[in-house]
Design a protein around this ligand. Structure first.
Ligand code: APR
Length: 235
C-alpha cells in the first residue's frame, strides 16, 4: 500500500512561511510585519479610510519587495507537482506574492489578494500593477483616482471561497505549508478537508496552532521539506 494509493485530488494551502526563504517577511515571527505595524493601522478598510497614505505606503513597499524576490526550492517543487500531477490539484495561497506563478505553477488561487494588482473602487476594474499607488494614479479604465491595493483586509471576505470549499469537499489529501493557523477561514480548512475524509499533512518550521488537527506534521524549512514531499508524491 503506497503512500499515495487512492489519492487523486490534492489541495495545498500555503502561507508566509513558504516565501520566508525568498526574503519576504512573515507576519507573526519576532521580526514579523505585525511587529512593526499595527494591523488596525495598515490592514483594515477603516485604516484605509482613516489614513490612506499610510496604507498605500505600506503596500507600495511590499509590492517592491515582491518584485525583488525570487522563488525558492519549495515554490519550484510545487510548480513541478502542478506540471506532473494528473489528478486535481489546487494551490490555495494566503500570500500576496506571485512566487508560485513565477516558479511555473498555474493551478493557484490567491484567497487574500495580490500585491501586483490594483483595484478601482469607482469602476471595480482590476489592473496588473507594479508601480506605486501613493501618488493616486488614475484608473486605466475609468480615470478615477480611486485605486486601492487588491488585498483582502481584516474584516473583508476572502476571494473565491466557493471554489475553495468545493475543492476541500473533493480532496483526498490536504497539505498545509508555512502557515501559523492563526487566521480564519484558512485555519479551518484542515477540519473541513478531514470531515470529507481527506488525509492531512502539515509542513512547517515549527508546530502551528492547528498542528493537533493534522494526521502528520513534519517540521523544518519549506525549501527542504517541500521538495522531499513532492519527490515522494511523484515517486
Ligand atoms: N519554512 C516553513 N515554515 C516557515 C518558515 C520556513 N522557512 N519560516 C516560517 N515558517 C512558518 C512559521 O513557523 C509560522 O508558523 O510559517 C508560519 C508563518 O505564520 P504567519 O507569520 O502567521 O503567516 P500566515 O500564517 O501566512 O498568516 C496568515 O495572516 O496577517 C494575515 O493576511 C495575512 O495571509 C496572512 C494571514
Amino acid at each position: 500500500m503506497g503512500r499515495m494509493d487512492g489519492i487523486r485530488n490534492i489541495v495545498i494551502l500555503t502561507g508566509a512561511g513558504i516565501s520566508a526563504e525568498s526574503g519576504l517577511r512573515t507576519f507573526r515571527a519576532e521580526d514579523g510585519l505585525w511587529e512593526d505595524h499595527r494591523v488596525e493601522d495598515v490592514a483594515t478598510p477603516q485604516a484605509f479610510r482613516r489614513d490612506p497614505e499610510l496604507v498605500q505606503r505600506f503596500y507600495d513597499l511590499r509590492r517592491e519587495n515582491v518584485l525583488a524576490a525570487l522563488p525558492n526550492p519549495a515554490h519550484d517543487a510545487l510548480a513541478r507537482l502542478d506540471r506532473e500531477w494528473r489528478g486535481d490539484l489546487l494551490i490555495v495561497t494566503q500570500n500576496i506574492d506571485d512566487l508560485h506563478e513565477r516558479a511555473g505553477a498555474s493551478r493557484v488561487l490567491h484567497m487574500h489578494g495580490e500585491a501586483l494588482s490594483a483595484w478601482c473602487t469607482a469602476c471595480d476594474a482590476r489592473h496588473r500593477w507594479t508601480g506605486t499607488l501613493l501618488d493616486r494614479p488614475p484608473c486605466p479604465a475609468c480615470g478615477a483616482a480611486q485605486l486601492r491595493p487588491d488585498i483582502v483586509w481584516f474584516g473583508e471576505m476572502p476571494y473565491q471561497m466557493d471554489r475553495i470549499f468545493a475543492a476541500l469537499a473533493r480532496a483526498d489529501l490536504f497539505v498545509s505549508i508555512g502557515t501559523s493557523g492563526a487566521v480564519y477561514p484558512a485555519a479551518g480548512f484542515v477540519q473541513q478537508a478531514a470531515s470529507h475524509g481527506a488525509r492531512t499533512l502539515e509542513l512547517n518550521l515549527e508546530r502551528s496552532l492547528g498542528s493537533s488537527a493534522f494526521d502528520e506534521t513534519r517540521l523544518g524549512p519549506a525549501s527542504e521539506l517541500v521538495p522531499q514531499w513532492v519527490d515522494e508524491v511523484l515517486g
